[in-house]
Ligand binder design. Structure first.
Ligand code: ZN
Length: 398
């Protein structure tokens, strides 16, 4: 195959993958599995399938290295995509249409393009007759877009995952608007907390004591003050990005039954993303203190409470990073290191003590994750394949 026809085949593969409607909610992943088995077959890679949670399959393609007992390289991508508002798209979201060198489709940035780039990079390495030192696994996982707990979150706990003997993983990052490539080596901890403020119910014409409205105001004030502090930190230091600060959002407020009845409770729910510098115990103690200051019987519960997961080190203690960096240096790519603002499957992998980086090789592109008209320039997509070719070659030969 010529270089041009390899490129054409890669674009066709991306189109075929984008046309599979692996869109939330209630995804049937069968079509993805059929497609991926076909890809593995073309590449001559062995396939394993796992289903730690029913209907949430994980497919792993394996390219055995020359020294298969060494810790392996995992290239992870998720198969699922977020819902679309079809009327707001100028090209149908699952048609993978190309116009003026740009391909449109749900998942083209997040992150089907990356899954295809992994496959195409392996194809090119194999075509050159290269054999890498370490085994490379390509995992395709479900349900990342709904938190990944039933996908990668469960998979990392299984024997099947342990047997992959992963030493280093690559997963998604996001697009960069400049020429700099973004590399993410950590994520904040996600806490979803409900603060329950009970009080005395009664007539709306009175000023009864033990009032749930007063209590919930106190709580909201405290959390919003913290929000202000984070906003100030960001404003005052241009070197900081959103992943460096604790974010606080009031996401739900519930209570009340009739406009002239004081209810017996209000519940305020907050989405918190704890910066890596935050001491989790101190932070929870602070919430506890606010509850007791707010008034009698104010309590809190967690819908989600992630523990602290350390950053993947970017120094000589991480030989995969050194290899990654030398590959990107050879390609003359400039790299910016950040903490990921949201949550990705990398956190489950890091939590197993495995080094993991988030890296989506898309530059000079507006990040359009979860937006209408998600798109990607074809030349950027193709450049990403050769970028991964170099990186995979380097990290799998550590
Ligand atoms: Zn994603």
């Amino acid at each position: 195959m010529t270089a041009n026809s390899m490129d054409d085949a890669a674009v066709t593969n991306l189109q075929n993958y984008l046309r599979i409607r692996s869109v939330h909610p209630n995804i049937n992943y069968d079509e993805c599995l059929v497609h991926l088995r076909g890809q593995a077959n073309e590449l001559g890679l062995s396939v394993q399938e796992f289903e730690p949670v029913p209907k949430k399959p994980i497919l792993v393609m394996t390219w055995e290295g020359q020294e298969p007992t060494l810790p392996s390289i995992l290239l992870n991508s998720h198969m699922d995509v977020v819902p679309v508002f079809e009327k707001s798209w100028k090209h149908p979201p699952f048609a993978a249409e190309i116009e003026d060198g740009v391909i449109y489709g749900r998942g083209v940035q997040d992150m089907k393009s990356v899954g295809v780039q992994f496959i195409e990079a392996i194809r090119r390495l194999k075509n050159q007759g290269i054999r890498l030192k370490r085994t490379v696994h390509l995992s395709f996982v479900p349900d990342e877009e709904v938190g990944g707990r039933q996908g990668m979150g469960e998979f990392v706990k299984t024997d099947g995952f342990k047997k992959l003997n992963v030493g280093f993983a690559l997963d998604e990052g996001h697009a960069s608007t400049t020429e700099e490539y973004l590399v993410f080596n950590g994520e904040r901890s996600i806490w979803h907390v409900n603060v329950i403020c009970p009080g005395k119910s009664g007539h709306g014409s009175l000023l009864l004591p033990d009032n749930c409205g007063e209590k919930v105001r106190y709580i909201i004030d405290k959390f919003m003050d913290l929000r202000q502090e984070s906003k100030k930190k960001l404003e005052n230091d241009p070197a900081l990005t959103i992943g460096d600060v604790t974010t606080v959002n009031l996401t739900m407020l519930s209570g009340g039954i009739q406009s002239n009845v004081v209810p017996e409770k209000f519940t305020a729910t907050f989405d918190l993303r704890l910066a890596l510098s935050v001491d989790h115990k101190e932070f929870e103690d602070m919430i506890k203190r606010w509850c007791s200051e707010a008034g009698d019987n104010v309590t809190y519960t967690f819908d989600q409470k992630e523990h602290y997961v350390p950053l993947t080190p970017l120094d000589a203690t991480n030989p995969y990073w050194l290899a990654f960096k030398s590959a990107t240096d050879d390609l003359k790519l400039s790299i910016k290191i950040l903490t990921f603002p949201g949550g990705t499957d990398s956190r489950y992998v890091r939590d197993m003590g495995i080094f993991a980086l988030g890296f989506t090789p898309i530059t000079l592109t507006e990040p359009e994750l979860h937006q209408h008209n998600e798109s990607l320039k074809i030349d950027v997509f193709l450049k990403g394949i050769s970028t991964f070719e170099k990186i995979i070659h380097a990290v799998a030969n550590v």
